[in-house]
Each structure stands twice: as structure tokens, then as C-alpha cells.
Design a protein around this ligand. Structure first.
Ligand code: FES
Length: 107
């Protein structure tokens, strides 16, 4: 279980507990948090689950694989350091305290 803070582009924060084994995208979807659309359902094929990871967390997350890197090129205003696709981030106790911010829009 991890407590994850999702911050909308406008600054509204949503703090929720997400079960281990789900993805950060599924945590947002299951809690009705706006700003993560996840059109492809988590197949790493749409980039509409894009977020900016809080700077403190960038180095603590598993590295992006090539598919995520490629897909992020299609995201809205990706940031080389902080952008991640939330469907590729698996929740575990290690992610407790994670903070992500949604972009102004998803493509
Ligand atoms: S949900 Fe489509 S790339 Fe993440």
C-alpha cells in the first residue's frame, strides 16, 4: 500500500492509498481523479496517463524502458527528467509518499 498524492494542473491535490500491484494510473482511475485519461487502458500505447514526477522522486523510481521513452515523445509538453507514464509505474510500499502532477492537458 502506498499513499500517493496526485496534483491537478490547477493545484488541487488528491491524496489516496493505492494497493500494491496496481499501477499509479489505476490508482487515479479507481479514485476518480481527473487529469489522467489512460485511453489505452494501460498498454503503453497512448501517453494520456502522463504526469510530472516530483523532483524528490525522480531517482527513486525504476528507470523507463524503451517503450515508455518512445511513447512519452507523444505526450503533451514532456519533461526529459520528470515525465513518466503512470501505467508503467507499479505500486509497492517503496512508492509510499510519491507525488505526481498532471500536465495542463493530455495530448
Ligand atoms: S494508459 Fe495509455 S500509455 Fe498509459
Amino acid at each position: 500500500m502506498a499513499k500517493i498524492t496526485y496534483i491537478e494542473h490547477g493545484g488541487t491535490e488528491h491524496v489516496v492509498e493505492v494497493a500494491n500491484g496496481l499501477t499509479v494510473m489505476e490508482g487515479a482511475r479507481d479514485n476518480g481523479i481527473p487529469g489522467i485519461e489512460a485511453d489505452c487502458g494501460g498498454a503503453c500505447a497512448c501517453s494520456t496517463c502522463h504526469v510530472y514526477v516530483h523532483p524528490d522522486w525522480v531517482a527513486k523510481l525504476p528507470e523507463k524502458d524503451g517503450m515508455e521513452e518512445d511513447m512519452l515523445d507523444f505526450a503533451f509538453q514532456p519533461d526529459a527528467e520528470r515525465s513518466r507514464l503512470t501505467c508503467q509505474l507499479k505500486v509497492s510500499d517503496a512508492l509510499d509518499g510519491l507525488v505526481v502532477q498532471m500536465p495542463e492537458k493530455q495530448i
